[in-house]
Write a protein that binds this ligand. Structure first.
Ligand SMILES: CC(=O)CC(=O)SCCNC(=O)CCNC(=O)[C@H](O)C(C)(C)COP(=O)(O)OP(=O)(O)OC[C@H]1O[C@@H](n2cnc3c(N)ncnc32)[C@H](O)[C@@H]1OP(=O)(O)O
Length: 392
């Protein structure tokens, strides 16, 4: 049997922060990132010069990166990362920040994701996802994620016999979860009938299969467990965390991602299995990608996610709560912050931080996964983490 070292001992995640999502904003991304930093300081009582590490993810702060953010915010970090990985950004930032703290490269790392959304930002974001897509794919009309995910969804339905209703059950359950999240942009209940009758967007994808771009920020801090205790902060520990990029590059259309490649390492590192997971937060820009994560991370067999959502109550009070904030499909997609939503929500659930979402009764272990960047038909960045309550 392969033995994986327990790699993230002594590391704490604290202070989950969300800067309320807005459909559109005239403010730039730096405004949202700055508010997130301020909220981290206010929550913890830390001073700005105690933050000596920064990981930043933003699509819409460009041409500025994390480097410029240090000047905007008057930070002078010893450790700095710009993580341009969309939906994988949260777990990747957490993983790398944890390593930096373990190695003594930083004591306290602020992990921040922020984006704005105005009339130009989303179209320029899609145009700039990759030069390859812009030059070789967009001229043929398959421009942007809606077209890419139409193909992935269609292929999944053909391969595994899934129906639109299967995806609908995920969207309906998540909307129920959004009810108690004041930051969510959609609160009205969604019925399967409304889901099925929504306007078509691309192929099998209809309106409620798509995220809605918005502005906002999410953030958290990484520090040592000792420091979290001395500050009196409730914290979460990392039992395992993995990332994998450009996995299964020879698959003609993805039906699996890097989670499948890294699953054994993730659970082996944690000394836990899928049965130990109390709730799961997947990256849900479209339901099909959550299906892949649920399968690849071992919560059900390949091709069985439709049945999983049929047979399992995934609402916050159910057997396996999934995307307990409503996920991006109901909360909104704050650009790169969409890649932090599930992670920040998991920290909230495991620290017993009741605001803003409802609380899962007695959650000890949470599984969080991320996926980011659509280039042609490829899910390029994948990541996952197993987290536990500080006292679990
Ligand atoms: C980043 C990574 O790493 C990987 C990824 O996540 S890739 C995904 C990146 N994100 C996307 O591609 C965004 C996908 N979404 C879209 O393209 C658009 O939301 C859409 C095409 C589905 C709809 O856009 P649109 O037709 O221009 O709608 P719009 O004019 O904005 O709004 C009209 C109505 O539809 C609603 N609406 C818009 N998008 C919606 C959505 N996704 N879900 C539900 N309702 C939506 C609006 O609230 C509005 O309702 P009201 O009239 O009641 O106010």
């Amino acid at each position: 049997m392969t033995v994986f070292p327990q790699s993230y001992d002594g590391i704490a995640l604290v202070a989950p922060v969300t800067i309320g999502y807005e459909r559109t904003s005239d403010h730039g991304a730096a405004y949202f990132a700055g508010r997130a930093l301020r909220a981290l300081l206010d929550r913890t009582g830390l001073k700005k010069d105690e933050i000596d590490g920064l990981a930043l993810s933003s699509f819409t702060m460009k041409p500025d990166t994390a480097v410029a953010a240090t000047a905007h915010f008057g930070l002078s970090p010893r450790w700095l990362e710009d993580i341009p990985m969309g939906g994988a950004s949260g777990v990747v930032a957490m993983r790398r920040a944890a390593r930096a703290v373990q190695m003594g490269d930083a004591d306290i790392v602020a992990c921040i994701s922020a984006d704005t959304n105005n009339k130009d930002s989303f179209s320029s974001l899609v145009a700039d996802f990759s030069l390859f897509s812009r030059d070789a794919v967009h001229p043929y009309g398959a421009a942007g994620p809606n077209a890419v995910f139409s193909m992935i969804t269609q292929n999944y339905m053909r391969e595994f016999g899934a129906a639109r209703e299967d995806f609908g059950r995920l969207a309906v359950a998540q909307r129920r979860n959004a009810r108690d999240n004041p930051h969510a942009l959609f609160h009205d209940p969604l019925t399967l009938e409304t889901y099925m009758n929504a306007r078509p967007i691309a192929g099998p994808i209809h309106l409620f299969d798509c995220v809605m771009p918005c502005a906002g920020a999410d953030a958290f801090l990484v520090m040592s467990v000792d420091r979290a205790k001395s500050l009196g902060l409730p914290y979460v520990v990392i039992k395992g965390a993995v990332e994998r990029h450009n996995a299964y590059a020879d698959d003609p259309v993805p039906t699996r991602g890097g989670w499948a490649m890294e699953r054994e390492r993730l659970y082996g590192m944690a000394g836990l299995g899928p049965k130990d997971v109390d709730f799961v937060e997947t990256y849900d820009d479209y339901p099909v990608i959550s299906f892949l994560q649920i399968e690849d991370l071992g919560l059900c067999a390949k091709g069985e996610a439709g049945r999983f959502f049929r047979d399992t109550d995934t609402t916050i009070d159910g057997q396996m709560p999934h995307n307990t904030s409503g996920g991006q499909l109901s909360a909104g997609q704050a650009g790169a912050a969409g890649g932090y939503l599930g992670l920040v929500e998991a920290i909230r659930q495991l620290t017993g931080d009741k605001a803003p979402s409802a609380q899962i009764a007695k959650a000890r272990h949470g599984l969080v996964s991320g996926y980011g960047m659509v280039i042609y038909d490829r899910c390029l960045c994948t990541a996952a983490a197993l987290l536990a309550r500080g006292d679990a």
